[in-house]
Design a protein around this ligand. Structure first.
Ligand SMILES: *Cc1c(COP(=O)(O)O)cnc(C)c1O
Length: 238
């Protein structure tokens, strides 16, 4: 219990001092997204009691169990994991944000399956394969340039910005380079397509300083907040 509290205080301090040193933050605002995948609902509740409202999940079945058991209606749920097309209906109806939209087909399905009783559109970020790694998901630069015009026409989606998981590096300059490429890509796309995308979802436990230096508006933090994740087999057997 107090572990989680200490980690929460520490992460918020890291974010605050990174904002103070950054020349690219907008209104000094960075949202902490607590990545609760492979952690039980009790840990989410502990952070909720400390004031945290944004939580990120990657595995749909695990996430739905927590969302349905959660008593607090003001939690903002973000889906950040890989998306199979047969999962879009559940994602569209249970989450407020989807950060991992990585192809046109997924965007189309999320829009088509979005429950029409909701007054706000579904917030999405387009995942970009910024380090151009063959095994990673995300739009390539060519794909985003040719497909964004289709995505922005979809009626139930608010295209809020870009997300990336750059190649892991312990070198601050190398980390910053990828994040700065994502920031510049969003500026270029905003100009080219006359958009107002305002969200850069970038930075995790090990590179949040580099991400905030380059203008992250949402950092996705798991391990540094919750400790090590439980492995899949152990998590699912509970
Ligand atoms: C798991 C995950 C995170 C959190 O990573 P940590 O290194 O534990 O902070 C962030 N983003 C995505 C997309 C993830 O899958």
């Amino acid at each position: 219990m107090s572990h989680t509290r200490n980690r929460f205080v520490h992460i918020n301090q890291r974010i605050k001092s990174a904002i103070e040193q950054s020349t690219h933050t907008i209104d000094n605002l960075v949202t902490l997204l607590a990545v609760s995948k492979r952690h039980p609902l009790e840990k989410i509740m502990t952070l909720y009691d400390l004031g945290q409202r944004d939580f990120g999940e990657s595995y749909l079945q695990e996430a739905l169990a927590k969302i349905n058991a959660n008593p607090h209606k003001d939690i903002i749920w973000h889906f950040i994991g890989p998306i199979q097309s047969n999962k879009t209906r559940d994602i569209a109806s249970h989450f407020h944000w989807v950060h991992s939209v990585d192809r046109l087909k997924i965007a189309r399905r999320l829009s088509a399956q979005y429950p029409n009783k909701r007054s706000q559109p579904l917030n999405i970020c387009l995942q970009i394969n910024i380090s151009n790694e063959p095994q990673k998901s995300g739009f390539s630069l060519d794909e985003i340039n040719t497909q964004l015009s289709e995505i922005i026409k979809l009626p139930n989606l608010a295209v809020r910005g870009l997300m990336a998981i750059p190649q892991a590096s312990t070198n601050l300059q190398q980390q910053q380079l990828a994040f700065s490429q994502l920031r510049q890509l969003m500026q270029q796309l905003n100009t080219q397509f006359e958009l107002n995308m305002d969200t850069l979802s970038m930075g995790m436990s090990n590179d949040l300083e580099a991400a905030i230096a380059e203008g992250a508006t949402i950092v996705r933090i798991g391990t540094a907040l919750f400790g090590a994740r439980e492995d899949k087999t152990r998590y699912n057997s509970k």
